[in-house]
Design a protein around this ligand. Structure first.
Ligand code: F6R
Length: 585
């Protein structure tokens, strides 16, 4: 939710910042903007639309700051794009989060004569910094002092970065939303994500909530927001390299990330020690609650079914609903938080509510050093590498592979997950892909499709439908097969496409019955199954690999969504209205 990139050094800041923003665009792509310090003024170039291929038109400078936006306050206009400047254009500011007390602050600032150029909550923070800076001498320290003073006035969870054109300095403060500092020789970076920095340096430090940092050419120094006292920055080597971040020979990130899945599953199977520890903690807990959002919630629901099979009760719920049940958690509870980014606000709030009641937290998380990994008692790294396509593919199946490994017999599940990795190629490039392209061609002009699964295939039905709708905008709904005849079947008319997930498990006969019922009403049935059946019009063949069939069964939804997006002329990497890492409520 908004990408931030800042630079102080000796290179051309405008170029560096624009390139850095291109690597963060998955966090928001309504509009973008860059500012540089030039002749003691913050000069800004900002535009609506995606950044792709565009360059900022700015004078040469060694200090710059940029932002890609996912709009919260104010429409998608050039005026509302970040950075925002103060009345004197000495400072420029970018922001990730929501200022909860914006109405009061705006009224107060307007009464004191400040002019606003935008409808955003962000701009008022620039004016707060301006006021705090006015009486101070023009030094880097003053920028930090003023940034702290302004930030302490903000309610809500926010991250801000301020550029001072008079002192060639950046200052940042945060109470939520990620910020990473990059360390070089005579140069420093600030970004929302290490993936944007590792091209330049792998020495990074993650800024904690309640911390602020002053960044000059030669130093980056952190302090506590509340007290102003020094805080040590924990400088470590970044987990990712630029090679992980790049596109390689792939046409887009969705393709790249789908193709990376077999390697991710193999790695998880090869080193399952952290998953065995997770299994032990799940076994030892008095109760287990699995939480996530979107695809993360679907993975949590898979946990409920997979552990039930293994005889262990796990309750799944969307992290955003947890607050209604938080009072049932206690010292014996284990919260299993499933999050790619480790920054999703609903997941973090749920985890913090559980921790406040002395519950333990285990995380399945993909981003090392993220907020979730810093609060969890146990983190199992998904090791999927950066996921830059907005829709989740490899991180979802990494969670699923991890859950299959943690819930099953160690040797059997390792063997089956590895076999699934060996067979995934057919879905990504081989004959199954061709079958999915044909299915996409049949669906391309449709408005609705339904996906049916039972048992552990029910979360897959939800995930398949989510993949289709978020990347291709075709309305797809996933259902538990048994629910079909309790209402949903009213939607089925001759020609309606229904996708039926029918693996060789205890759900098969019931799912076949559901397939027959929709077919009897004229539906076109495509099955994701191991064998043909008279109720199926088309078959996407998924070999029977026991519980690991679910891993392969997750691929058709991804590929179908992608092929539909392509057939409809859509960008699979940046779907309408979405952004990755949902750090605001
Ligand atoms: C779906 C998708 C989202 C995320 C959700 C949670 O393709 O990407 O539904 O799964 O926003 O994000 P994380 O896993 O980062 O907590």
């Amino acid at each position: 939710m908004c990408g931030i990139f800042g630079y102080v050094g000796s290179k051309n800041a405008s170029d560096l910042v624009t390139k850095g923003l291109a690597k963060l665009e998955y966090r928001g792509y309504d509009s973008w903007g860059v500012t540089v310090a030039h002749a003691a003024r913050a000069i800004v170039d900002k535009q609506t639309g995606k950044l792709r291929g565009k360059v900022a038109s700015l004078p040469g400078s060694h200090v710059g700051l940029g932002h890609t936006r996912w709009a919260t306050h104010g429409g998608v206009t050039q005026a509302n794009a970040h950075p925002h400047v103060d009345c004197g254009e000495r400072i420029a500011l970018v922001h990730n989060g929501i200022v909860a007390n914006d109405v009061e602050l705006r009224r107060e600032l307007a009464a004191r004569g400040h002019r606003f150029r935008s409808e955003t909550d962000t701009e008022l923070v620039a004016h707060l910094v301006e006021e705090a800076l006015a009486p101070l001498p023009p030094t880097p320290e003053s920028l930090l002092t003023a940034t702290l003073a302004a930030f302490r006035r903000l309610a809500g969870m926010n991250a801000i970065v301020v550029l001072d054109a008079l002192t060639d300095t950046l200052a940042a403060a945060k109470s939520g939303s990620p910020l990473v500092v990059g360390f070089g020789e005579g140069e420093h970076w600030l970004a929302s994500d290490q993936a944007a920095i590792v091209e330049h340096t792998r020495r990074i430090a993650v800024l904690g909530d309640g911390q602020a940092v002053l960044v000059t050419r030669d130093s980056a120094r952190a302090v506590d927001v509340a007290t102003g006292s020094p805080r040590a920055l924990d400088v470590t080597e970044a987990a990712w390299t630029d090679a992980h971040v790049g596109l390689g020979a792939h046409p887009d990130y969705m393709t790249k990330e789908m193709h990376e899945q077999p390697a991710v599953w193999r790695r998880l199977a090869a080193d399952d020690a952290p998953l065995r520890e997770l299994a032990r903690r799940i076994e030892a807990a008095t109760d287990v609650v699995a939480l996530g959002c979107g695809s993360g919630f679907h993975a949590a629901l898979s946990a409920e079914y997979l552990f039930a099979r293994a005889g262990r009760r796990v309750r799944a719920m969307p992290a955003s609903e947890f607050s209604h049940f938080a009072r049932f958690t206690g010292p014996g509870t284990l919260v299993l938080a499933l999050s790619q980014s480790g920054e999703t606000i609903d997941v973090l709030e749920a985890v913090n509510a559980a921790r406040a009641r002395d519950a333990r937290v285990a995380a399945l998380c993909n981003v090392p050093g993220s907020a979730l990994t810093r609060v969890a008692d146990l983190t199992v790294p998904l090791g999927a590498g950066p996921e830059r396509c907005v829709v989740s593919t490899k991180a979802f199946t990494a969670k699923l592979a991890a859950l299959i490994l943690a819930s099953g017999d160690p040797d059997d599940s390792k063997r089956l997950v590895t076999q699934a990795a060996d067979l995934a190629g057919a879905f990504l490039d081989g004959p199954t892909r061709t079958a999915l392209q044909n299915l996409a061609a049949r669906l391309v002009h449709d408005e609705h499709a339904y996906v049916i699964g039972r048992g552990a295939s029910y979360p897959l039905a939800l995930e398949t439908a989510l993949k289709i709708k978020e990347v291709s905008y075709l309305h797809a709904e996933g259902f538990a097969g048994g629910e079909l005849k309790h209402g949903v079947i009213a939607l089925v008319a001759p020609g309606t496409h229904c996708i039926v997930i029918a693996p060789e498990d205890e759900t098969k006969s019931d799912v076949l019955a559901a397939a027959a019922q929709v077919k009897a009403r004229g539906a076109v049935v495509t099955a994701i199954a191991a064998e043909p059946h008279p109720a199926f019009d088309h078959l996407i063949r998924v070999p029977d690999l026991g519980v690991a069939s679910h891993l392969l069964g997750a691929l058709p939804g991804q590929v179908l969504g992608y092929e539909l997006a392509r057939a409809r002329g859509l960008d699979p990497d940046m779907p309408r209205n979405l952004a990755k890492s949902v750090t605001v409520k």
